[in-house]
Design a protein around this ligand. Structure first.
Ligand code: T1G
Length: 692
């Protein structure tokens, strides 16, 4: 064994050379890995005894892509295309031996090898689209040559990995190795190639799989049409289609040059910077200050859920789907049965879409123990309260739970606003209490806001932050304040949206601007979905707000077929003349002058106060880092990932510009726009939230 450099070594095993890369955590194509690959292959080439070369990786995975952390920095040689040329043009057969996740540039390395072998558990893929990019090292030129245009574009536009078995079936992988025996299998495979004098098969020379598209160029327009909705607002996807089209229409050399040009151009876009920011922000969010990897955690083998309503049922499904048995408690048989049947219906709907088998539905529902007996919660390792959003009710539940739950059980509240410390104070074990704020629908939305109470212990926090990915969630740890990070910032947007319609805009104008910005839905459509009667009662209603008037008129949202919008049977929203009248009459009764409001103002009035509130949250220490706030909005409310989140967006706009606009609004509309001290400081120092 010869060390090529700090991450690469060369071993000669008879007539086979093994170029082994080991650069934790995921063998990303850093400068050292590129250098090691290139010089490893060159050394193997130069060794007369060697008749075949195997590229293999140590650690948990084959190369998982380019080193994303190097993007935006001056590229150091050897550049990836150069390394790939060295592999593809080797004079001896090169075998790529795959395990873990061969992704992006890693998969492109494998595609330049003449043969590929993989363990059955391996996955391959081109996830660049998730980073606002296209494959930039031959993926859009070589993959269609191997599997055809349609399947290649499916892989590239989904960004999702495919299994080694699919890869074998599609002809991407030539051989499946024995699981856990990749090195031996790859050596044996290489020896067979030597014995059979196997040719130097270059994917770039294939064209048979391009023929169908060559004779049916209309498929590109069909693929574009089929994906337009899904990629609303994104830039990279059309470049991916264009580049694969080049693979069909241009010689390989021209296609790969154009691919690189498109890739390099996308690398500079704000969209790609935003999506790369979210990639790392998501991984950062999992790290909690003061809690090391060695923090002891508690075993969560059973869960209790209090309340089988929309949230309780969705929460329970996350644990059932993760293989954890759940005891769910309700106060009446009717409510319990209704909740359980909704859960079963949700699972059956997923099965209908082919994403679950009915057997799996049965298994998951089989782990559920519905009960009216509160005492049954005494066995659970974790109990999550999901009752109506009322402080007295929640305090009562925790007082009772304190008497039932076993020592060491973790007690969590799904409150979306209320003071976790006040709830914890109703128990004799506040160190075992925290908030677990799920987002509706709780079995679908990926965000979990983990609310750290003043007395929440480190082991409780460590336990929940490590449990979170196991139930398919992305956790963000936040401090106790009204509405935490999520709803506290949302309240800013909703407040301004209401003021805008009183000053002359319409709900559908305001929503259109937010949707064009990239939000999945606007403020008023969201209110209609949640229901306008949350916290409203006919007895106390005084027509003192637009909401009260709408509720009094039976317009309580989608569920009543009318709210700010009118809804047809298929729940499609239509602007409502009646609502516009209500708004204008209400504004007149308040003496509010009407004016035409531009899209720019509508957007800034809704987004900038959110950013400002984010700055306050940071300066109060209610969030660990600005990127956590971005993750809350991207995964909690569908903030467009290609805008990186509110704090990243503010940095992209420029904090000076955000500050001056807030000050302008403050002078026109009052102190709701008073800039946060942190924003003032950062703007003055030319700083950014990403470095705050
Ligand atoms: N570059 C740099 N760091 C990376 C990385 C990468 N490609 N992939 C992972 N990491 C870091 C990550 O930040 C974390 O660090 C640690 O590794 C473990 O990751 C030319 C240009 C491979 C499936 O998009 O999807 O190639 O937080 O927590 O859950 O066409 O990481 O511990 O400090 O995610 O086991 C294409 C991205 C790049 C794959 C493993 N490749 N990575 O998941 O661990 S673009 C990707 C992943 C490209 C070419 C183009 C996942 C994973 P830390 P992790 P995991």
């Amino acid at each position: 064994m010869v060390a090529i450099n700090s991450v690469a070594e060369l071993t000669i095993d008879g007539e086979v050379a093994l170029v082994a890369i080991d650069s934790p955590p995921v063998n990303a194509l850093s400068q050292a890995v590129r250098d090691g690959l290139k010089r490893g292959v060159e050394a193997a080439e130069a060794n007369g005894a060697v008749k075949a070369i195997v590229i293999i990786c140590g650690g948990r995975t084959f190369i998982a892509g380019a080193d994303i952390s190097e993007f935006g920095k001056p590229p150091a040689p050897p550049h990836l295309p150069e390394v790939l040329d060295r592999i593809e043009n080797a004079s001896k057969p090169v075998v790529a031996a795959l395990h873990g996740t061969a992704l992006g540039g890693g998969f492109e390395v494998a595609l330049t090898a003449h043969y590929r072998i993989a363990v059955p558990s391996a996955k391959c893929g081109l996830p660049e689209i998730k980073l606002g990019l296209i494959p930039g090292a031959g993926g859009t030129q070589r993959l269609p040559r191997l599997i055809g245009v349609e399947k290649a574009l499916e892989v590239i536009l989904s960004g999702s990995p495919f299994s080694a078995r699919e890869a074998k079936e599609w002809g991407v992988v030539d051989e499946l190795a024995e699981e856990g025996k990749l090195r031996e299998s790859a050596l044996a495979f290489a020896r067979r190639l030597i014995a059979e004098k196997a040719p130097l098969r270059k994917v770039r020379d294939r064209s048979d799989k391009l023929e169908p598209a060559r004779s049916h160029p209309e498929i590109f327009e069909a693929i574009r049409k089929a994906n337009a909705g899904k990629f609303r607002g994104f830039e990279a996807w059309e470049k991916a289609i264009e580049s694969v089209k080049n693979a069909v229409e241009l010689p390989f050399e021209e296609g790969i040059v154009k691919e690189r040009e498109m890739f390099m151009a996308l690398l500079q876009t704000t969209q790609s910077k935003a999506q790369r920011h979210v990639f790392f922000a998501e991984r950062q969010a999992a790290k909690v200050e003061g809690i090391g990897a060695d923090e002891p955690t508690r075993r969560i083998a059973s869960v209790g859920v209090i309340g089988a309503g929309t949230m309780g049922g969705g929460i329970a499904m996350n644990f059932l789907s993760a293989g954890i048995p759940v005891t769910i408690v309700e106060t009446s048989k009717e409510a319990l049965d209704r909740g359980v049947s909704v859960m079963r219906r949700n699972y059956e709907a997923t099965a209908k879409k082919g994403r679950l088998t009915m057997a799996e539905v049965g298994e998951r529902m089989g782990r559920l123990a519905p009960t009216l007996d509160f005492g049954a919660l005494g066995k659970a390792d974790l109990v999550i309260e999901a009752v109506f959003e009322n402080m007295d009710l929640k305090k009562g539940v925790f007082e009772r739970l304190d008497g039932v739950a076993k020592p060491g059980a973790i007690l969590a509240s799904n409150t979306s606003y209320l003071d976790i410390d006040a709830i914890a104070a109703k128990t004799k074990r506040p160190e075992d209490v925290l908030g677990m704020h799920f987002f509706s629908p709780a079995n679908v939305m990926r965000l979990l806001e983990i609310v750290r109470g003043a007395k929440t212990s480190k082991s409780v926090l460590a336990t929940i932050t490590r449990l979170t990915p196991k139930i398919g969630k992305i956790g963000v740890v936040v401090g106790v304040c009204h509405g935490f990070v999520s709803n506290r910032m949302l309240a800013q947007r909703q407040r301004e949206a209401m003021k805008l319609i009183l000053e002359g805009a319409t709900p559908w104008d305001v929503d259109r601007v937010q949707v064009e910005f990239g939000m999945p839905m606007g403020s008023f459509a969201m209110s209609d979905l949640a229901g306008l009667d949350i916290g409203w009662s006919a007895e106390t209603s005084k027509r003192s707000t637009i909401r009260e008037i709408l509720c009094e008129e039976g317009r309580r949202g989608q569920k009543t077929g009318a709210g700010f919008y009118d809804y047809d049977e298929a729940r499609n929203a239509k602007p409502s003349a009646r609502v516009e009248t209500i708004i204008r009459e209400f504004a007149a009764s308040k003496g509010i002058a009407q004016r035409a409001i531009g899209d720019g103002e509508m957007l800034e009035r809704c987004v900038y106060p959110m950013i400002n509130e984010g700055a306050k949250i940071l300066q109060e220490g209610k969030a660990q880092r600005a990127s956590d706030i971005d993750i809350v909005w991207v995964y909690g409310y569908g903030w467009p990932v290609y805008r990186g989140g509110p704090m990243f967006y503010a940095d992209a706009v420029g904090l000076k510009a955000v500050l001056s606009k807030l000050k302008e609004f403050q002078s026109r509309f009052g102190d709701d726009f008073k800039p946060a001290a942190l924003l003032e400081t950062l703007a003055a120092d030319g700083g950014a939230f990403s470095h705050s």
